[in-house]
Design a protein around this ligand. Structure first.
Ligand SMILES: [Zn+2]
Length: 255
């Protein structure tokens, strides 16, 4: 039985088809490959998938232009921190999740790029085997971004658990939150409420509800005392992205 890709119109057999939550199919080779493997296609509808593909196109360009060059920089002020595949560039106010594909000599890197100011949730979590695609549970870094369409609730599995904790520790330092403060609020009701709002937000996304109200509630629940001061990252990102025409692409990159 053949399906039709809802994006490019290609005729595809079952093995070439990715079924979406709304019953649409997209082709795996052409269209799904334009997004990242971290995207949850099974629980997404066609509009969300299109947003994610656009997000990856824009992100890949910004990665190539602004972030990849920082890998080789010797300038300490421009340094980019790598917790592959997560890259954090404080001087640009940006954080990227990348995926490199291809062979040794023809690697192509795809990226989703986010403003650090929109990173509202980051923590280590244990990912069950069936979700991580491996045969055992894996530790992952869970990143949640507000004001962001497409891939905004990201789980990155790591083979090395230490790297997960290092990544979260690094972000705490970056936002000026020390460990004791973080562990203190982890137990607090505020944290519980905030976390719950994030989940509501993710659920709302999947149900196609109005996100504006939910997003605002999420931000309010966190509050500046918990997320740290993000002003410098907002300014840096405004400056870094000034040359890009992002009006049509509201993927967390437009301030
Ligand atoms: Zn297609």
């Amino acid at each position: 039985m053949a399906n039709t890709c809802a994006i490019c119109g290609a005729t595809i057999n079952v093995l070439q088809s990715q079924k979406l939550m709304d019953g649409n199919y997209i082709c795996t080779k052409g269209c799904r490959a334009k997004g990242l493997k971290y995207y949850d296609y099974v629980h997404s509808d066609l509009d969300n998938v299109k947003d994610h593909i656009h997000q990856t196109e824009v992100g890949t360009k910004i990665w190539q232009d602004l972030m990849e060059p920082l890998k080789k920089t010797r300038d300490k002020n421009q340094k980019m921190q790598s917790f592959h595949p997560i890259y954090i560039a404080p001087s640009l106010g940006l954080i990227a999740v990348i995926e490199a594909r291809g062979g040794l000599f023809n690697t192509k890197t795809y990226a989703c790029v986010y403003r650090l100011e929109n990173l509202q949730l980051y923590r280590t979590e244990r990912m069950p085997a069936r979700t991580s695609g491996s045969d055992k549970d894996k530790m992952c870094v869970h990143l949640g971004f507000v004001h962001t369409k497409g891939l905004n609730d990201v789980y990155i599995p790591f083979d090395d658990e230490t790297r997960c904790h290092q990544c979260v520790d690094y972000l705490n330092k970056l936002f000026g939150l020390d460990d004791s403060f973080r562990s203190g609020i982890k137990k607090s009701v505020t944290q519980f409420k905030a976390t719950k709002s994030m989940w509501d937000l993710a659920k709302a996304k999947k149900n196609g509800e109005n996100l504006e109200e939910k997003a605002k509630a999420t931000v309010d629940a966190f509050g500046a005392t918990i997320i740290g001061d993000r002003t410098q990252f907002k300014d840096a990102a405004d400056q870094a992205l000034a040359g890009y025409d992002l009006d049509q692409a509201l993927f967390g990159l437009v301030s």
